[in-house]
Design a protein around this ligand. Structure first.
Ligand code: GTP
Ligand code: MN
Ligand code: MN
Length: 403
């Protein structure tokens, strides 16, 4: 029998950036469902609905216990009618009927596979779907014109849809560090993205590069990329110049700022060393932590069978290397704290930080700067802690930004 006094009541602040959300999620049964519905909305160009589901999931992720009764949701923020219906369905039936229908939906399944190709967004995937393309075999046979990114994405499809482990991220970190130090000895490399939030797996590896002396980071990215390329570490790379421009009174000189903040989307060729091969999946669980998200990186079984072409060079089927997506970003030291905060994520945490800044503080936050719209000044910061302080927020450790 349920005693009124035993019912756990939760209290959660309305912005995700006010909460501490570790990887210790007690409500995966609900958050997995809500995340899938967010994905479905995003694949249908219903971004507003997608964010609503992601916000609802982030509320449940922050709870210290598993939700067992709809009563416990009273007073919680960000839980709209639709999200509540999904939660109720799961509480009553063990599964959400909408999730079940979605996973069986032809369009959802096809768009998931097609957008799972690096370089393919919703728009392209949707066009292919309307042309009758449902899977990789049909895509290969219909031979639509693919850009360089998509060709690489298709070629390395299986590898890139296989979760990257922390060991692999560290191995790539060593290579990136070696490259950066070789071309600029005092430069610094920082692991960002999900791995900085303590995740044990990821869809890629993200690095932020800076130099302690302002301006010395200029021109670094092409040198790092050449170093990596000449040693055969890159299967694909695209370096893009960041078009960010600051106003006159911002940090740095506007005229020379154009080419300071560069990004490189790449695909690394990572040798499978003894160390990485020896690591069995079970070994992950021994650390006490559980791999939470993104074990779903590989979407469904059939993909394993499809990529015959890329295995031809290794008749044994035991490829001695794997492809890994890597993002490199170079930031001037004056913007480093903002870049670090902006590239650590999670995506929802970042979105909520910017919403908090705009709506609650009349400030504009980006990965470059924080602008105070009342005082009309840029607020400088040398650390993430200082940015949280400017925003009037308690400092949230990266491990607790897993909204
Ligand atoms: P996994 O890679 O799946 O483990 O998750 P992740 O959290 O690392 O995601 P991802 O690598 O996609 O992004 C890492 C962080 O970089 C997120 O906070 C993103 O918001 C941020 N980010 C990604 N792309 C951009 C971009 O083009 N500009 C800026 N400023 N930030 C970006
Ligand atoms: Mn990442
Ligand atoms: Mn990334």
């Amino acid at each position: 029998e349920t005693n009124e006094a035993e019912k756990v009541v939760f209290s959660v602040p309305s912005y995700a950036c006010q909460r501490r959300i570790s990887l210790d999620n007690h409500n995966t049964i609900f958050t997995d469902a809500l995340s899938l519905l967010a994905e479905k909305a995003e694949l249908s160009n219903e971004d507003g609905r997608g964010v609503a589901f992601r916000r609802a999931a982030a509320v449940l992720k922050s709870l210290p216990r598993t939700v067992t009764d709809m009563e416990q949701l009273k007073g919680l923020p960000c839980l709209g009618d639709h999200s509540q219906r999904v939660i109720k369905d799961i509480l009553e039936n063990g599964v959400s009927s909408e999730v079940k229908l979605t996973t069986q939906n032809e369009r959802f399944k096809a768009l998931k596979v097609l957008t799972g190709i690096f370089g393919v967004g919703t728009k392209t995937a949707d066009r292919w779907f309307r042309e009758g393309i449902r899977n990789l075999t049909q895509l290969r046979n219909s031979a639509p014109s693919l850009n360089r990114a998509q060709q690489a994405g298709l070629e390395h499809y299986d590898d890139l849809n296989q979760a990257v482990t922390k060991d692999e991220a560290d191995a790539i970190g060593e290579i990136v560090e070696k490259a950066v130090l070789a071309v600029s000895p005092r430069s610094e490399v920082t692991l960002t993205g999900g791995f900085r939030r303590g995740k044990l797996t990821g869809h890629d590896v993200d690095f932020l590069i800076t130099h302690p002396e302002e301006g010395k980071e200029v021109g670094l990215m092409p040198k790092v990329v050449s170093w990596l390329e000449s040693r055969g570490y890159l299967l694909y790379q695209k370096t893009t110049r960041n078009s960010y421009l600051e106003s006159e009174d911002g940090p740095g000189r506007p005229s020379s700022n154009m080419d300071r903040f560069e990004r490189c989307f790449s695909i690394f060729r990572l040798e499978k060393t003894e160390r990485l091969n020896a690591k069995k999946p079970e070994a992950l669980a021994e650390n006490g932590a559980q791999p939470q998200e993104d074990v779903t990186c590989s979407i469904s079984g059939h993909m394993q069978l499809q990529d015959k072409d890329s295995q031809d060079e290794q008749p044994t089927g035991d490829k001695l290397w794997r492809a890994v997506r890597v993002d490199l970003v170079v930031s001037p030291i004056s913007q480093f704290a903002f870049a670090l905060l902006g590239w650590t994520g999670s995506k929802l945490f970042e979105r909520e930080l910017r919403r908090w800044a705009g709506h609650e503080k009349a400030m504009s936050l980006s990965s470059h700067a924080l602008y105070d719209n009342n005082q009309n000044i840029y607020l400088r910061a040398a650390s993430e802690e200082e940015i949280f302080a400017h925003l009037g927020l308690e400092y949230i450790h990266p491990f607790e930004r897993n909204a």
